[in-house]
Design a protein. Structure first.
Length: 116
């Protein structure tokens, strides 16, 4: 059964860093474009970053220059390195294939809280 398990979140002060991990039990993981999304309290879920099977990356909004997405196809894992975190980055972070129906399965996510 396909499964996504996000981890690595926590409480960090502004300017701090975290590294999120996503263990993906997917068929043909190496052929799938993966993305990180986040949902802040009271807001809609938004796309943060994606990475193609070949390693091409793209970022959205205020995370450009601060977040780095990467993947290890041998370990079926996607990472999100987050630097210079700000309070507005506070959200639950999820990873997911970009091709999946948004109304379908989502993992449990990992909470990131940026606060002094």
């Amino acid at each position: 059964q396909e499964q996504l398990v996000e981890s690595g979140g926590g409480l960090v002060q502004p300017g701090g860093s975290l590294r999120l991990s996503c263990a993906a039990s997917l068929n043909r993981f190496g052929s799938v474009t993966m993305a990180w999304y986040r949902q802040a309290p009271g807001k809609q879920r938004e796309l943060v970053a994606l990475i193609t099977p070949g390693g091409i990356t793209n970022y959205w909004g205020s995370v450009k220059g601060r977040f780095t997405i990467s993947r290890d196809n041998a370990e079926n894992t996607v990472y999100l390195q987050m630097d210079n975190l700000q309070p507005e980055d506070t959200a639950v972070y999820y990873c997911r294939p970009t091709a999946w129906n948004p109304e379908g399965y989502w993992g449990q996510g990992t909470q990131v809280t940026v606060s002094s």
